[in-house]
Design a protein around this ligand. Structure first.
Ligand code: PFF
Length: 468
């Protein structure tokens, strides 16, 4: 059990490996498989992808280390951890607002994340029923043409009741694991299921490489065209890097608080960022060959993964079974992320109001359910509703897109800028050095990035992306 905070002994990860897997579990999720390809497609491919990689290395990684170290030092919920670092540095505890903003943003993300989690549940159902119909003989969806497979997702979108039901189902599963607590709930999913997910995912990517239009996908994803790197594309890439690494919204601060003193945070951050980026790129390389081979539009929006992969499963031997396995794995990857989104506000509620864990979990869950229903209905009944119509970059966004856009493009970069200023300029340098697990040149580079490069580059991208 990791460290004790105040008088109450807190639960923690049972080992360093468990912490790494849980943090990787938080990072790797729908952001990699659903959001990354959709954003890459919507933002023209190569310029977005290469700038995304740049953001992960130069901004994401230093911010990730800053967040987990705040959490580990504070050993509390995100706002209290920030306050504790501030107190131990003789700085104003008003910095706690950084953690509170993050907790609020995590709650907002949770609400629409579970909507997409619901789509995953739907596809699991589709493949189960297909397995009964087609058996193990050939590919999935025997006798159905590509248009019918493509229509699965729009058909679901048209059914408001089913969308809401699936959303609430996914949220309920998330509540179940978080209510059980750190080691028996969250850690179990991460330790047993994440490794399985990696193996299956790699296998599917290799299959896609041999059967789809791989070379077109590679040139689409990795050809850099500087003229396509607009402010909008840069802000989208930075937002995606944060979303994917669970940054700027208290997620990694909350998990850092369960890490033990023995964990080297520098190394761990490198592993998390490496694994997360590898999965995003693999997702791109698995999905885009099929997108091009099947004549789908690369910029077809949030459904890209859900529309493309089932087409590949149709062509694969034992496709129904592979489809079922794949979506089951995506489900677990999504669950290990949604669990971390719920854990951030739950840890805060437990601490602030002294609630029992299950009570805190259900309270947060009820709030997320209300917002989630609005998001689920933005694909059907509320399709015309434009909640942020007065803000130009969100003028076209429905409720779901508005929440997604505001959190990734405003909350996350602003949270990260504040984190960098706090860690780089406000917190006691000795306290920070003591926690971060890196030294020598690496330490100097990290410090320069956190103090100067990240806040400056992020501020410029934010302003240029919103107004440019
Ligand atoms: N990183 C997760 C994903 O890529 O799916 C999403 C996420 C989880 C964002 C936790 C933020 C967070 F705090």
């Amino acid at each position: 059990m990791a460290g004790a905070a105040g008088s109450k002994a807190r639960e923690g990860w049972s080992s360093r490996t468990a912490f790494i897997l849980a943090a990787v579990g938080s990072a790797v999720g729908l952001g990699n498989m659903w959001r990354f390809p959709a954003e890459a497609g919507a933002n023209g491919g190569g310029a977005f992808v290469l700038f995304y990689i740049f953001c992960v290395l130069l901004i994401g990684l230093p911010v990730l280390l800053s967040e987990v170290l705040i959490g580990r030092h504070g050993q509390s919920s995100a706002p209290e951890s920030v306050r504790r670092v501030a107190r131990d540095s003789n700085a104003s505890t008003g910095w706690g607002i950084l953690g509170s903003l993050g907790v609020f943003a995590a709650f907002l993300i949770l609400s629409f994340y579970c909507v997409v989690g619901g789509w995953v549940l739907y596809y699991i159902g589709v493949f189960v029923s297909d397995l009964f119909q087609t058996g193990l003989s050939g590919g999935a969806f025997e006798g159905r043409d590509v248009d019918e497979i493509k229509a699965l997702l729009p058909d679901l979108f048209g059914n408001g009741g089913l969308m809401v039901g699936l959303n609430l189902g996914f949220l309920a599963l998330t509540l179940f694991f978080v209510a059980r607590g750190i080691s028996s709930g969250i850690e179990w999913v991460a330790v047993y299921l994440m490794p399985l997910f990696f193996v299956l995912f790699l296998a599917i990517t290799i299959y896609g490489a041999f059967t789809g239009d791989f070379s077109q996908a590679v040139s689409y994803l990795f050809t850099f065209d500087a003229s396509k790197l607009t402010g909008k594309v840069m802000l989208a890439a930075v937002g995606q890097a944060f979303f994917s690494l669970s940054l700027g919204v208290a997620g990694m601060m909350t998990y850092g608080a369960y890490a033990s003193r023995e964990t080297n945070l520098g190394k761990t951050s490198g592993i998390i960022a490496g694994a997360d980026t590898a999965v995003a790129l693999l997702a791109g390389l698995a999905i885009f060959p099929i997108v091009f081979a099947a004549g789908l539009a690369a910029n077809s929006g949030p459904g890209l993964m859900f529309e493309s992969l089932p087409i590949a499963f149709q062509a694969m031997p034992v496709g129904s079974l592979i489809g079922l396995l794949f979506f089951t794995m995506v489900f677990f990857a999504a669950l290990t992320s949604s669990v971390s989104l719920l854990e951030a506000p739950t840890a805060y509620m437990i601490e602030k109001f002294n609630l029992a864990r299950p009570v805190a979990t259900i309270t947060v869950g009820l709030g997320a359910a209300v917002l989630g229903v609005l998001s689920a209905l933005s694909f059907n009944e509320l399709a015309e509703f434009r909640p942020l119509g007065f803000i130009p970059i969100f003028a076209e966004a429905n409720f779901f897109d508005a929440l997604d856009g505001v959190t990734a493009k405003l909350f996350m970069p602003i949270g990260a800028i504040l984190t960098c200023i706090f860690v780089g300029w406000i917190a006691d340098a000795r306290l920070i050095d003591d926690e971060n697990g890196i030294d020598g040149l690496l330490h100097q580079i990290w410090r320069a990035l956190v103090r100067f490069v990240c806040p400056l580059v992020l501020s410029v991208i934010l302003i240029y992306g919103i107004f440019g």
